[in-house]
Design a protein around this ligand. Structure first.
Ligand SMILES: Cc1cc2nc3c(=O)[nH]c(=O)nc-3n(C[C@H](O)[C@H](O)[C@H](O)COP(=O)(O)OP(=O)(O)OC[C@H]3O[C@@H](n4cnc5c(N)ncnc54)[C@H](O)[C@@H]3O)c2cc1C
Length: 386
């Protein structure tokens, strides 16, 4: 039994991490999502490990005995609070655990390959590039493979990545060494969408050197913004200098916001180009998680006037609750439905729009034209429904 028949899965990469024969590659499939491929079937011993750690081929969740505590949370460090996507609790958890001898497996954006990747941070400096959500599917394999199961780690990721990861550490009886963190997840968009967006922006600013996915210049509620620098940009800032990244207050050279019609966010949030598994296999919405801690944006009524950013922080285990209480954050306990107000409770609906988008993304049409076609489709559809 092996993963050779698994298609359109979560693309979490844990099968490739566990394979002792090193014959599983994670590559982008025809729709622009990560998927496993066995490179040399003759070397497969049929040990079944790849299937044992695969969340996609398991019913239910790896964590079954959760005991939920839910908080509104934000960092007490104003620089961190300003820079992070919501309240900065993700960064503060990492910082606290690094202080206790843990390493952090988080996600940074790699401008060379234009993709989001898991990596290991061993110091607070190295943790800084993990700040902020990168709204594309991350490539996990190099980061996950670099984890020494005998060491202590905070591992962060999408709920499906974390569910498989829990199966993996349980299999090797080393769960005690790990703290797992996921987030309320909308789903991940096709990498073809991101590539179209990047191609358009690079025509203007040259090869992208830096991307910030959210910023709070015009307040937290309007923080869906792309801010980018490229090689043609006059200004030269060394974005590997983490201090610069943390305190960055001014805008990048290229700026675009959802509230002004940004094409990437418009198409991502239209639910028309998510991974197939996000529609028909996601089992992690709302209060379903295999993590010790879930974070997210607390967009609900209780904090509607807050423009600094508030994180939702949910502890599913006692371990998660202990860590949350140790980090440099203000925590205010609320019932779960207050903290999770506005989060998706069910999977998104796969409509005709998905099939149209999957075709459009493979054409050479620009992202602007792709967005225009989708807008026309929406208008036409709304008209038909009247
Ligand atoms: C694809 C995606 C969909 C999301 N959907 C929702 C949603 O529907 N509702 C909601 O409330 N929040 C969602 N979030 C989470 C949200 O954007 C913030 O991460 C959250 O508010 C916490 O912010 P923060 O300021 O505490 O931490 P941040 O500093 O933003 O920490 C972000 C953490 O997420 C990890 N991370 C970043 N990008 C990725 C990635 N591509 N894949 C895996 N891990 C990553 C980083 O390693 C870091 O640990 C989503 C995030 C992503 C990446």
């Amino acid at each position: 039994m092996n993963i050779s028949n698994i298609k359109d899965c979560f693309g979490c990469g844990v099968c490739a991490t566990v394979c002792t024969r090193h014959i599983i590659n994670i590559t982008l499939n025809a729709k622009g999502f990560y998927e496993p491929q066995i490179t040399d079937m003759a070397k497969c011993t049929d040990c079944g490990l790849c299937m044992e750690v695969c969340s996609y081929s398991h019913e239910g969740l790896a964590l079954t005995d959760s005991n939920i505590k839910s908080y509104a949370a934000w960092s007490n460090d104003t620089e961190v609070h300003r820079k992070c996507s919501s309240g900065g609790v993700g960064f503060e958890l990492g910082r606290t655990l690094i202080g206790q001898g843990y390493k952090v497996c988080g996600v940074r954006y790699n401008p060379e390959s234009n993709r989001a990747e898991h990596y290991i941070a061993t110091t607070v400096e190295e943790l800084i590039p993990s700040i902020g959500s990168k709204y594309i599917q991350s490539y996990t394999v190099d980061g996950f493979k670099a984890i020494n199961r005998k060491g202590k780690y905070l591992v962060t990721g999408t709920p499906c990545q974390i569910d498989s990861f829990r199966l993996y550490i349980r299999k090797f009886r080393c769960e005690d060494n790990f703290v797992l963190m996921d987030f309320f997840c909308h789903g991940v968009p096709s990498m073809w969408l991101w590539k179209k967006y990047v191609a358009e922006v690079e025509k203007r600013i040259g090869k992208i050197t830096y991307v910030s996915w959210r910023n709070k210049f015009t307040g937290w509620h309007d923080s869906w913004a792309m801010s980018m620098d490229g090689e043609k940009t006059g200004e030269k800032v060394n974005w590997h200098d983490s201090y610069n990244m943390l305190i960055r207050e001014k805008k990048g050279f290229y700026n675009s916001r959802l509230s002004q019609g940004d094409a990437f966010y418009r198409l991502f949030l239209s639910d028309s180009c998510l991974g197939k598994a996000c529609y028909d296999k996601c089992k992690f919405k709302y209060d379903k998680s295999s993590a010790d801690i879930r974070i997210g944006d607390l967009w609900g009524k209780t904090y509607q006037n807050n423009e600094d950013g508030v994180s939702a922080a949910i502890a599913f285990t006692e371990k998660g609750d202990d860590v949350l209480k140790q980090c440099n954050c203000t925590l205010i306990e609320h019932p779960f439905d207050i903290v999770a107000e506005g989060q998706m409770k069910t999977v998104p609906l796969m409509t005709q729009k998905y099939h149209i988008m999957m075709r459009l993304l493979k054409t050479s049409l620009s992202i602007k034209t792709t967005k225009r076609i989708l807008d026309i489709y929406d208008k036409f559809y709304r008209h038909l429904l009247k």
